[in-house]
Design a protein around this ligand. Structure first.
Ligand SMILES: *[C@@H]1O[C@H](CO)[C@@H](O)[C@H](O)[C@H]1NC(C)=O
Length: 999
C-alpha cells in the first residue's frame, strides 16, 4: 500500500458516490486494525495516568490531522473538479435538508427551511458537540481516578441507545414515506424485507447485542483485584454514574458527528465541509482545557510542577497512544461517512466486545459462574441471533436507502463472522486459565516443598572440613575465599552452623561492586557518611575496635548500636574500614539493568585465577579511608522521593528493558492481573517464592505496595552506592546484612503463663493480624488503597465484590473454584484482622477516608497474644516485617506476603516452613479454606465440606519452628555478618585481586 493511496483512503471529505472499492476496503480494514490494537495499547499505556493532558493532546492532534488532510484533499480536488467546492461551506448547509431524504435529525422533519435556520442549527450542533467533548474529558478523568470502583461495562448498550434514538426521532418521521418495495424479490428476501420493516426490529436486535455482549464480557472479565474501593466513600456510587454519563455523552457525540456528516454527504451539491467542522470541534475542547490548565497553574503553584513537567516515560506512552488513536479516528471517520449511525456503532461495539472476550483469560469465569453446556449453547446462539437480526436490519436499511448515496456497512462482513466464529470456537474448545483442579494444588505444593528443602540443605552444607569448604567456595564463586576464612570457618562450625557453603546472597549482593575500584568504593562510602542527609549511620573499624560516626541522627541510634553489638563478636578479625548503614526501612540503590549487566559481567571476568591467594589484608589500610569532616558535606548522589511513586523510576529499573515491568503501566487497578501472577502461581496459590519476588513480570505491583506507591522515607540512587540495608525488594543493589531488630529482640517470641503458646489443636482456628498503617504514607493521594496492609484489612472486613475461592463441591467434596458473596465468605471462614493505633502516616483527606472505611482501629493487643491463633498473617511494613522470626519460632503457622527480602532469603522453603501469600492477596481465602476447613452446610448447600487440615498446618508450624532454630539463630546472623564483612574487607582492599585464603 503506497502512502498516496493510504492518504486518500483516510481522506474524509471524499465524495461518496463512485467510491473506489479498494479505498473503502482500506479504510474499513484500517478501522478494524485500530480496534484490534487500541484496547491492548490503552490497557498498558502510561498516558492514562494523566487523562486530561492526554485528552488535550489526542483531541488537538486528531483535530489538526482531520483539518490538515481535508485541506490537502480540497486542494487536490480544486485542481480537478473546481466546481465541487464552494468557498463558503456553512451557508449552504440547508441544500440537502430541503431535499429531505433520509435525514437523521427529524425533529423538524422534511419541511422547508430557511437558510438561516439551518445555519443556526449547524452552529448549535457544533457548540453542543464541543460542550459534549469538553465534558467527556472530565468524565474520563473522574472514571480513571476512581477506576477501582468501576462496575462492568455499559458499552455494549451503545448501539441500543442509538437505535432507540433512531427509532424515536428519525423513523417516526419517516412514517409518511413509502419504503421501496422489492417487487421482484425472491420469497426469502421478501420474508427478510417484511421482518425488517417491523418497527421494533432495529431496537430489538441492538438490545439483544447489548445483552449478549455484556453477558459475554461479564463471563470473561478479569477478576477484581483487592485494590480498595471503599463503599463508605463517594467514589463507590459516583464512578458508575460517571460511567453511565460517559456512555450517554458518547452516544450524543456520535449522533452529533453523524448529523454533521449527513449534512455533507446526503446531498449531491453539498458544500458543507463536514470534516473541517468536526476537526474544529475536536480542536476547540483541547484549547479550552489548555486554558483551564493554565488557570490552575496560575492559581495553584503547588500543582504547577506536576502539570508542566511530565515524566519521559509518560511522553513516550502519549506519543504511541496519540498516533494509534488518531489513525483509528481518521479511518473511523472515513468509514462513518459511508455508513449509518446505528450500524456503525453496532460494528464497532461488536468488534470490541468480541475481541475483549477473545483476548481475556478465558474460562476462569465461564466455569465459575456455572455455565453449563446448555448455557454455552444459549450463549452461542444469542451471538448468532444477534448477527442474523443485524443482517436483516442492514439489508432492509439498504433497500430503503437505495436512493441515498450511502451504503450501509462500514466493516467488512467477513470480519464480523470470523470474530463470531472464533468466539464460538473458544467457548466450545477453550482451555480455562483456572481449570478445576483434580486434586488440591496445596497438596502438590507441600509435596514439592519437601524435596526442595532437602536439596537446599544438601548443597548448603556439603563440605565437612576447611579444605572442603575452600574447594566448594572456589567452585561456587570462582574466587579464593577471603582472608581469615579459616577463622570464620571455626567460628561457624563451633557454633554448629549447618550452612557452610551457600552464601549466594552475599555473592550476588557484592558482585556489582567488584566493578568499582577499592578507592572508588571508599570514596563513595565517605560521601554517604559525610553527609547526614543520606540517612546513613557510619561505623568505623580501626585496629579491631568499633566507633560510631559522630554525625548520626539520634532517633536511629539503637539500630547502629545493635549493628556494633553484633560486630563486636568478630571485630578483631576485621581490617580497618568504614561502613555505611541505611537508617531507613526502605531500600536505596537501584542501578538500571542496562548499566548493571555489563558491570556484573566485567566483575565475573576479574574473578578467578588459578593462583592461590596471599593471606592477610593489607597493612596500613586506615589512611585509605578519608576522615569524616566536622562540617558535613552537602553533595549527594541520592534523590529524595518520599511520598512519591517509585516503581518506574527505581523499583523496576533493574529489570530488562523488554520486561513487562518496564513497558507496561497497568493503570486499571480494578482488574486482577492474572497474567502477572501466573508465572509464579499454581491456580490461586503461590508456587515459586523466589520468582514471586521479581517485579519484572509484575507491572501491577506498582500499585500494590507502599514502597512503590508512597514510601515514608525514600532517598534512592541509580549509582552503586555501598549501602548496607536490612531488607530490599528484588532488583535493588543494597547490600543485605542481618537486622539488629531481631538480634536485639525488639520483638520477641516469649509466651508466658498469661499468654501461653498452646498446642496446635487448642489454638483458635482463625486467621489473625494486628498492625498499623505504616507501610507507606498516604498524603492525600489515595495511595492507601493499594497498600498491602490496608488491602488485607479491607479484604477481610469490608469487601463488597464476590470472592473466588477454591472450595469443596457440594456432594463430591472435590475442589472447585466458586464465587461467593462476602457474607457467605464470612460465614464459612474465620478471621480477625484489624488495624490498631488509629490511622497513622496519612495526610489530607486520606486520614478521614481511612477512618470512615476502617474505623478508628482496634485496641492494641499484647504481642504474645498471637499464639492463641493458628494462622498469623505477616506483611511488610515500610520495610521487612520484624515479626516474622517470632512467628516462625511459635507453634502457629505464619502466612507470609512480602515484597522485601532479608539476608536469609533461600534458607526457608515456602510451604514447608511458612505459607506464602501472593502480594495480590487473591488466594488468601482459598489458602485459609484449605487449612481451616469449611462446612458448606451453613450456606444452603452450594459448598461441600472439608475437615480442617490441622495435621498439615501443624507440620508447617513445627518445621518452621525447628528450622528457624537451626539456621536463623542469633549465631547464624553473626556468622553471616562475619563472612559478609570479610568479603567487604577484601573488596575494599587495594590488593584485592591477590588476596585470598588458601589451605
Ligand atoms: C522458581 O523460580 C526460579 C527463578 O526464576 C527458578 O530458578 C526456579 O527453578 C523456580 N523453581 C521452581 C520449583 O520452579
Amino acid at each position: 500500500m503506497d502512502a498516496q493511496k493510504l492518504l486518500s483512503s483516510m481522506c474524509v471529505s471524499c465524495p461518496t458516490h463512485h467510491e473506489p472499492v479498494h479505498r473503502e476496503l482500506t479504510s474499513s480494514s484500517g478501522l478494524v486494525a485500530g480496534l484490534v490494537i487500541l484496547p491492548s495499547l490503552v490497557r498498558t499505556s502510561f498516558a492514562i495516568d494523566r487523562p486530561i493532558h492526554s485528552s488535550i493532546v489526542v483531541l488537538a492532534v486528531c483535530g489538526a490531522c482531520i483539518i490538515g488532510l481535508d485541506r490537502t484533499r480540497a486542494l487536490k480536488d480544486t485542481k480537478s473538479h473546481r466546481h465541487r467546492y464552494g468557498p463558503i461551506p456553512l451557508e449552504d448547509a440547508n441544500d440537502r435538508l430541503t431535499s429531505g431524504n433520509g435525514s437523521i435529525h427529524g425533529e423538524e422533519g422534511v419541511g422547508k427551511q430557511s437558510p438561516l435556520s439551518s445555519l443556526r442549527r449547524l452552529r448549535l450542533v457544533f457548540l453542543i458537540l464541543v460542550g459534549a467533548l469538553c465534558t467527556r474529558v472530565e468524565v474520563l478523568h473522574q472514571v480513571v481516578r476512581g477506576v477501582q470502583c468501576t462496575r462492568g461495562s455499559y458499552y455494549p448498550f451503545l448501539p441500543f441507545l442509538l437505535a432507540v434514538y433512531d427509532f424515536a426521532i428519525v423513523r417516526r418521521h419517516r412514517q409518511g414515506q413509502k419504503p421501496d418495495e422489492e417487487q421482484d424479490a425472491t420469497s426469502f428476501q421478501a420474508i427478510f424485507a417484511r421482518l425488517s420493516r417491523h418497527r421494533y426490529m432495529l431496537v430489538f436486535s441492538t438490545l439483544l447485542l447489548g445483552l449478549c455482549s455484556s453477558l459475554e464480557l461479564s463471563a470473561t472479565a478479569p477478576l477484581s483485584s483487592t485494590y480498595v474501593c471503599a463503599s463508605t466513600l463517594p467514589a463507590f456510587s459516583l464512578v458508575p454514574v460517571y460511567q453511565l454519563l460517559g456512555l450517554f455523552l458518547d452516544a450524543l457525540i456520535l449522533i452529533l458527528v453523524f448529523h454533521i456528516l449527513d449534512l455533507s454527504s446526503d446531498s449531491q451539491q453539498s458544500n458543507v465541509n463536514a470534516h473541517r467542522i468536526i476537526g474544529w470541534a475536536l480542536l476547540l475542547p483541547a484549547v479550552i482545557w489548555t486554558a483551564v490548565g493554565a488557570v490552575i497553574c496560575f492559581a495553584n503553584p503547588d500543582d504547577r510542577r506536576w502539570i508542566l513537567y511530565p515524566e519521559r516515560i509518560y511522553l513516550w506512552g502519549l506519543f504511541n497512544l496519540t498516533l494509534a488513536i488518531c489513525v483509528t479516528v481518521l479511518f473511523a471517520l472515513s468509514v462513518a461517512s459511508r455508513s449509518r449511525l446505528v450500524s456503525f456503532s453496532f460494528l464497532v461495539i461488536f468488534t470490541l466486545t468480541g475481541l475483549a472476550a477473545l483476548t481475556s483469560d478465558w474460562g476462569q469465569h465461564v466455569q465459575v459462574l456455572g455455565f453449563s453446556d446448555k448455557l454455552k449453547f444459549v450463549f452461542v446462539t444469542t451471538v448468532f441471533v444477534a448477527g442474523i437480526l443485524y443482517a436483516v436490519v442492514e439489508m432492509s436499511a439498504e433497500n430503503r436507502s437505495r436512493s441515498s448515496t450511502r451504503n450501509t456497512s462500514g466493516v467488512p462482513g467477513w470480519f464480523l463472522y470470523s470474530i463470531a466464529g472464533l468466539l464460538i470456537f473458544r467457548v466450545l474448545f477453550g482451555k480455562p486459565y483456572l481449570g478445576q483442579p483434580s486434586s488440591h494444588p496445596i497438596d502438590i505444593l507441600i509435596g514439592r516443598a519437601h524435596s526442595q528443602h532437602d536439596l537446599w540443605k544438601k548443597q548448603a552444607s556439603s563440605s565437612k572440613s576447611l579444605s572442603d569448604a575452600v574447594a566448594v567456595y572456589r567452585q561456587r564463586y570462582h574466587r579464593n575465599p577471603p582472608p581469615h576464612f579459616d577463622i570464620w570457618y571455626d567460628y561457624a562450625t563451633s557454633r554448629s552452623s549447618i550452612v557452610i557453603d551457600d552464601y549466594d546472597n552475599i555473592h550476588n549482593d557484592l558482585l556489582p561492586y567488584w566493578s568499582l575500584s577499592p578507592a572508588e568504593i571508599r570514596q563513595r562510602t565517605w560521601e554517604i557518611i559525610a553527609n547526614p542527609w543520606s540517612d546513613a549511620g557510619g561505623v568505623h573499624v580501626r585496629a579491631g575496635s568499633l566507633e560510631i560516626s559522630a554525625n548520626m541522627p539520634g532517633t536511629h541510634r539503637w539500630m547502629v548500636d545493635g549493628v556494633t553489638h553484633i560486630m563486636e563478636n568478630f571485630v578483631e578479625w576485621l581490617p580497618d574500614m568504614d561502613l555505611a548503614f541505611n537508617l531507613n526501612d526502605e531500600a536505596r540503590v537501584t542501578v538500571p539493568f542496562e548499566v548493571l549487566e555489563p558491570l556484573k559481567e566485567a566483575s565475573s571476568r576479574t574473578a578467578l585465577s588459578e593462583k592461590l591467594g596471599v593471606a592477610g589484608f593489607s597493612q596500613e589500610r586506615s589512611p585509605g579511608w578519608a576522615l569524616i569532616p566536622e562540617q558535613p558535606i552537602t553533595d549527594s548522589r541520592f534523590q529524595q522521593r518520599s511520598f512519591q511513586r517509585t516503581f518506574h523510576e527505581f523499583g523496576a529499573v533493574g529489570c530488562p528493558p523488554s520486561s513487562r515491568a518496564r513497558k507496561e503501566r497497568l493503570w486499571n487497578v480494578k482488574d486482577l492481573c492474572t497474567t502477572c501472577a501466573a508465572p509464579h502461581s499454581l491456580g490461586h496459590f503461590l508456587s515459586n517464592w523466589t520468582l514471586s519476588a521479581s517485579v519484572c513480570h509484575q507491572p501491577d505491583l506498582a500499585d500494590l505496595h507502599g514502597v512503590n506507591l508512597s514510601p515514608a522515607a525514600y532517598k534512592g540512587s541509580h549509582e552503586l552506592m555501598p549501602m548496607f540495608s536490612q531488607s530490599k525488594p528484588a532488583g535493588y543493589n543494597d547490600i543485605l546484612y542481618p537486622s539488629a531488630w531481631n538480634y536485639m529482640d525488639k520483638v520477641k517470641y516469649a509466651p508466658s503463663p498469661e499468654f501461653p503458646d498452646p498446642p496446635f489443636s487448642e489454638k483458635e482456628n482463625t486467621l489473625f493480624w494486628r498492625g498499623a498503617t505504616s507501610e507507606g504514607v498516604s498524603p492525600g493521594s489515595g495511595a492507601w488503597k493499594g497498600m498491602t496492609r490496608q488491602r488485607l484489612v479491607h479484604l477481610t472486613n469490608n469487601v463488597t465484590t464476590p470472592q473466588l475461592i477454591l472450595l469443596p463441591q457440594p456432594r463430591t467434596n472435590k475442589p472447585s473454584y466458586t464465587l461467593l458473596t462476602p457474607t457467605n465468605v464470612a460465614a464459612l471462614l474465620n478471621s480477625s484482622v484489624h488495624l490498631v493505633d488509629g490511622i497513622a502516616r496519612c495526610g489530607g483527606r486520606d486520614c478521614p477516608d481511612q477512618v470512615k472505611e476502617f474505623g478508628g482501629g482496634a485496641p492494641r493487643s499484647d504481642f504474645q497474644h498471637h499464639w492463641h491463633y493458628r494462622y498469623l498473617v505477616d506483611a511488610d511494613g515500610a520495610g521487612f516485617s520484624g515479626r516474622f522470626l517470632p512467628f516462625l519460632q511459635s507453634g502457629s503457622v505464619p502466612f507470609k506476603t512480602a515484597l522485601f527480602r532479608e539476608w536469609y532469603e533461600g534458607r526457608l522453603t515456602a510451604w514447608r516452613h511458612f505459607v506464602p501469600l501472593d502480594l495480590r492477596l487473591h488466594g488468601l481465602w482459598s489458602t485459609l479454606a484449605y487449612f481451616a476447613g469449611v462446612d458448606g452446610g451453613i450456606i444452603e448447600g452450594r459448598v461441600g465440606k472439608w475437615e480442617a487440615k490441622a495435621k498439615e498446618a501443624e507440620d508447617i508450624a513445627e518445621n518452621g519452628r525447628k528450622w528457624a532454630n537451626t539456621v536463623l539463630r542469633k549465631e547464624d546472623m553473626e556468622i553471616y555478618f562475619f563472612r559478609l564483612l570479610l568479603e567487604w574487607g577484601r573488596l575494599t582492599d587495594d590488593r584485592r585481586d591477590e588476596l585470598g585464603f588458601s589451605v
